[in-house]
Design a protein around this ligand. Structure first.
Ligand SMILES: Cc1ncc(COP(=O)(O)O)c(C=O)c1O
Length: 317
């Protein structure tokens, strides 16, 4: 409850103050006690919530787990966002500006605090809230219509989810339910999320082992290797789940004709072709969707991250 309130507060204040000057961060507006209770918290987005980088790191380690803070320190990327505009972010404590080439895995496809996105959200918040799952929403329909138009009419329906993980989980479930088969083929180096099924579909044997996942129905083949794909897909395969360009491999380009070949292998075996465009979609690869470079029609495309415009968590499959 307190955490949600804090997040909401941060969002609203950021919207209302488009050009915060964080050169000299002022001290925080609430004490740590009020902040963690969340009842009367008033955290200003103009100032970092902790008075120093060390205090922020130590609170992060204490409340969210120390490993990420330690890793960032070890990698030398222990930056705490302060001011952010377009493609640049500024460290809240050192004042140093950075070009954000990382994009948080495509969350910031439209840049940080894109003014058009902020204006639309600001406008919506004057009247709208999350809505009711059981009622028709013209807003959801219109957003779906626009997304589908981006596929040149090749895809015809949308399912909204809350993360890229869930989008992929939903796509795998749909493929299994439709084909009544269990087997999934994906590529080496891929990442599809952190639910049990998406971990099993991705390439991380350590996590599969740690969480005792049953991977007997999950096969992996090298990216861009059509022969290996053909050998792995058979009439027991529910789907091929292909990360359009695996980020962990350094974003290799698909060979000309690769997506088409995978499409044909799926068709020959009655399997569903799912393309994970969580990182490459929504303009992340230059085209709106990477599959459009090969004019192929996947059965399901998953997207996430950038769909929220860098402000809201919103995904779709
Ligand atoms: C290709 C790909 N698929 C799926 C996911 C999972 O998305 P999320 O973190 O929103 O669950 C990610 C996240 O980085 C991703 O890069």
């Amino acid at each position: 409850m307190g955490w949600r309130y804090y997040r909401l507060q941060l969002l609203i204040i950021t919207v209302d103050n488009p050009s915060p000057d964080l050169t000299n961060p002022v001290s925080i507006a609430v004490s740590e006690g009020e902040h963690t209770s969340g009842v009367s918290a008033r955290v200003s987005a103009l100032s970092p919530p902790y008075p120093s980088a060390q205090a922020g790191e130590s609170a992060f380690g204490k409340h969210l787990g120390p490993s990420m803070a330690k890793l960032m320190t070890a990698l030398g990327t222990n930056i705490q966002y302060g001011e952010r505009e377009g493609a640049r972010v500024r460290d809240a404590f050192t004042g140093k500006w950075f070009w954000d080439c990382h994009r948080n895995g495509s969350v910031f496809n439209l840049g940080h605090r894109n003014p058009t996105v902020l204006a639309a959200i600001n406008d919506a918040m004057g009247q709208l809230e999350i809505g009711n799952l059981f009622l028709v929403s013209g807003y959801k329909a219109l957003a779906a219509e626009k997304l589908l138009a981006s596929t040149d009419g090749l895809l015809t329906g949308v399912v909204y989810t809350a993360s890229g993980t869930e989008a992929n989980e939903c796509a795998i479930r749909a493929a299994r339910g439709y084909t009544r088969r269990r087997k999934l083929v994906s590529v080496h180096g891929s990442y599809h999320g952190m639910s049990a099924m998406t971990i099993a579909a991705g390439d991380n044997s350590e996590l599969c082992e740690r969480y005792l996942l049953d991977t007997s129905d999950f096969r992996k083949v090298p990216y861009n290797d059509i022969d290996a794909m053909r050998a792995a897909v058979d009439r027991e395969t529910a789907c091929v789940l292909l990360e359009a360009s695996p980020a962990q491999l350094g974003f290799p380009a698909p060979d000309p004709g690769y997506f088409d070949a995978v499409r044909k292998i799926c068709d020959d075996n009655g399997a569903i072709f799912i393309l994970d465009e969580v990182q490459t979609g929504l303009g992340g690869s230059g085209q709106f969707w990477l599959w459009q470079t090969q004019r192929v029609r996947p059965d399901i495309v998953t997207t996430a991250k950038g769909l929220g415009g860098g402000i809201l968590p919103m995904q779709q499959c």
